[in-house]
Structures are given as C-alpha cells and as structure tokens.
Design a protein around this ligand. Structure first.
Ligand code: AMP
Length: 413
C-alpha cells in the first residue's frame, strides 16, 4: 500500500482541528466586518465556462494561460475558478441594473495548477469582496480601509499596504508606447521572457522578478509618469482619503497586478512572515466586460492559508479558538447510560457542548475521556443517583465536587 494513499493531492490540504478553529474565527469575523459595511454574501459555483475567466482575466495572463484546471465534458470547455472576481461579475451581470451597484463578499476555495511550495497551493482559499459602481476614489479608499479593519479584527499586525494605479483605459496605449520606447535601448539586456513581453504585455516587464530586468526598470520612468493628469489625481485622492482615515499606505509604482481588467487603483498587502511568497492579499479597481456593458467595480482577495501563516507568526493559533467549557456525562450502569443520553440531548438543546461514552466503561476510562474533551464540568450519574434523584457535579477547573439535586443540576447547567 503506497504511503501517500491517504494524503490529499499535491498542493492541497485537509484542514482539521485545531487549525480549523482559526479558520472559523476568521470566517466569522470576516462576515461581521463585511456585514457592517453593507455587503451580502455570495456563493457562486466552483465550475464556470472557461470563457468567463478568459474574457475577464485576459488571455495572456499566467493564470489563464498556464494555471487553469479546465476540461471539456460536453459542448463547453469548463474551468474550476482560479479567483473570485470573474464568477462574481458573471453573476452581477445577470442581475441587470441592480448588479451595477452591488456589494458582495465571498469565502471560497480557488484552484490554480501552480508548482506547489510554501505559501503556494493548488487549492487555496480566499475571502474577497466586490463593490460595483462608477469609479470613485472614495470607494477605493473605503475598500482598502475595510480590508485593514478585517486584518485588525483577526489580530494580524505587521502587514504593509502598497498602492499604485493602472490609470484609465485611455492611458493604456500611451503607457505601453512610453514604456516600450524607454525599454528599447535595453532590449538585449532583458530576460528572454521580457523580450517577448515587451510586445505582448509590456507591463509585465515592470514586475519581472529577474534582477537584470529590475535594474533596467529602475532606470526608466514609471508607468504612472505616462498617465493622464486625471489618473494621477485619482490616485492622490485615494491616498489622501486613506491618510485622513488613519490607514497607512506606501506608493509603489512598480506594482502592476497581472490581470487585464484593472483600471485606476491597484494594491497589494504583504507580510514579512510569509517569506518568498509574501503577498497576503491583492486588490484593485476594474472594468469587466461581460454581456453588453463593462461593469466597473472595486474589490480585493485575501489568501486564507497565507493569512494563517502570518497569524501564527503573530502568536495566534487554532488552539486559542477551540471550543472549551462544556459538560462530560459519566454514566455508571445500564439505566444511567440511557437516562444520560436523554440528559445530553436536553443540554445540547440549550446550546451546551456535551459529550459522553455510549457504552458501559469503567469510571477511570470515562474520566480519561472527560479530561481529553476539555470539558470544564463533569456530571456523574449512576443507577444509584438516578434512584435518589441526584447527580455528582465535578468542577474540573477547581477540582471540587458535590452531590446535588438533579433539578438543580439542570438549572445550573
Ligand atoms: P491574487 O489575485 O493572485 O493576487 O491572489 C490574492 C491572494 O490569494 C494572494 O495575495 C495570496 O494570499 C492568495 N493566493 C494566490 N495564489 C495562491 C496560491 N497558489 N496558494 C495560496 N495562496 C494564494
């Protein structure tokens, strides 16, 4: 029997206790923060037509070109979603007018066929939001401020927000022409990928990881310098609003964010605890053409697995959110066993976490289980106690115990 028979696929994980309690805390707090900003939860299917992603993310992006889990079971080529925005926009486009001024959030698994490494998985999870509506710097600032509130609500410190702009759609050509002209004298010194990118998608040269390319990029004007006055003013307004709101951001003109749909504000949040894959979250304003009209919106996505790595580096772990308290019932005798099942159901109906052994076992074995369960109270009820109408209540924190009237035990539970 192969030893990996019981392992999930490469780049994918089973998420179990106690880490799952961290996930639950993060999900609950995300829902609370987003709800307070007027966002509704949206759950779209994992599978969409491949064209949904091709049209909105762009055909030349790495995600679409190299990383899609796609297959063709019948007429249409389908794909598992690699991110949340395209499916959300497909949904909002179907809602007509109402979809043009909506606020939705999602917490969902994403799939990318990437080379797995620390912080990079093939199934990972994102919490994200999308707010549709005409471009407005205040909306972008509010979205970033909300994202920061969520990181605060999780207890995450030490993250850094970097911001830039992709400009208006009408800036695309002057930016591409300007960058191409500035890069032309350095063409032979660019890496092979960038020599291709210069025609295909020149912005990708700007965020190329190759050191030689970075040295060249440092010598040429930034993309922002080829943009219109209006685009630069838009970015300034976002930054000023955030400053007023007390949210600290750093401008990084080399921040591109690979996808075609971005316009105006783009940002990324990094955390030093993440190592090589230090991006914790990304966001931006976009225009996505699906159906007759391009839908403008702004949104972000935070990677759960990376947020967990950063939280653990801050000393926050699943154990801290594991259920504590609760009751363990110890039964001595056949009658007590069944009576205690009835009692357990009553306690559980009151919302109390309650466990018991479902077969007759020694007192010692049952107390061992009680200890392991983390219950703070043990109720011992044997056939004798049932006859007397009492129960022994053991306080596991203080180590004390007393025999009480059964009615009183229920009242105090
Ligand atoms: P992106 O839209 O690619 O910027 O992704 C947004 C966030 O999702 C990133 O900042 C990461 O936190 C997370 N993320 C993206 N790809 C992966 C991956 N393969 N494995 C784990 N997390 C990822």
């Amino acid at each position: 029997m192969a030893s990996n028979e019981f392992q999930p696929l490469q780049g994918m994980s089973d998420i179990q206790a106690p880490e799952i309690y961290l996930w639950r805390m993060m999900e609950e707090r995300a829902r609370a923060v987003f709800t307070s900003y007027g966002y509704d939860e949206l759950r779209t299917p994992v599978l969409e037509k491949l064209s949904v992603f091709q049209r909105s993310l762009g055909d030349t992006t790495d995600v679409v070109k190299k990383e899609m889990y796609s297959f063709k079971p019948s007429k249409h080529e389908l794909a598992m979603r690699p991110e949340g925005t395209a499916g959300t926009m497909r949904h909002l486009a179907g809602r007509g007018e109402e979809g043009l001024s909506a606020r939705v959030f999602y917490i969902a698994p994403m799939f990318r066929y990437e080379r797995p490494q620390a912080g990079r998985k093939r199934q990972f999870h994102q919490v994200g939001v999308e707010a549709t509506g005409e471009p407005n710097p205040l909306a972008d600032a509010e979205t970033i401020a909300m994202q920061k509130s969520l990181l605060d609500a999780w207890g995450l410190t030490g993250s850094k927000i970097q911001i830039s702009t992709r400009g208006e759609p009408s800036d695309r050509k002057p930016v591409a022409d300007g960058l191409r002209a500035a890069l032309q004298p350095h063409l032979n010194d660019l890496c092979a990928d960038c020599q291709r990118r210069i025609d295909e998608n020149v912005l990708r040269v700007i965020d190329c990881k190759n050191e030689g390319c970075q040295t060249i990029v440092d010598q040429i004007p930034s993309a922002i310098e080829f943009m219109s006055e209006a685009s630069r003013t838009y970015l300034d307004q976002v930054i000023q609003t955030l400053e007023t709101m007390g949210v600290e951001v750093t401008v990084n003109p080399k921040l591109i964010r690979g996808l075609d749909y971005y316009v105006h504000t783009v940002w990324e949040i990094s955390h030093s605890a993440l190592g090589a894959q230090d991006a914790l979250a990304g966001g931006g304003r976009y225009e996505i053409a699906l159906g007759r009209k391009a839908i403008p919106g702004v949104g972000f996505a935070i990677g759960f697995e990376r947020a967990i790595m950063a939280l653990e580096a801050c000393g926050i772990s699943g154990e801290q959110f594991a259920p504590v308290n609760g009751v363990w019932l110890v039964s001595l005798g056949e009658t007590a066993l069944v009576e205690n099942m009835k009692l357990a159901a009553e306690l559980r109906a009151k919302g109390i976490r309650c466990g018991m052994e479902l077969e007759t076992k020694s007192m010692k074995a049952q107390m061992r289980k009680a200890n392991r369960s983390g219950a703070t109270k043990v109720i011992i009820r044997g056939d004798d106690e049932i006859e007397k109408g009492t129960a022994i209540v053991k306080n596991m924190v203080e180590g004390s115990q007393e025999e009480l009237n059964f009615e009183e035990v229920i009242r105090n539970a």
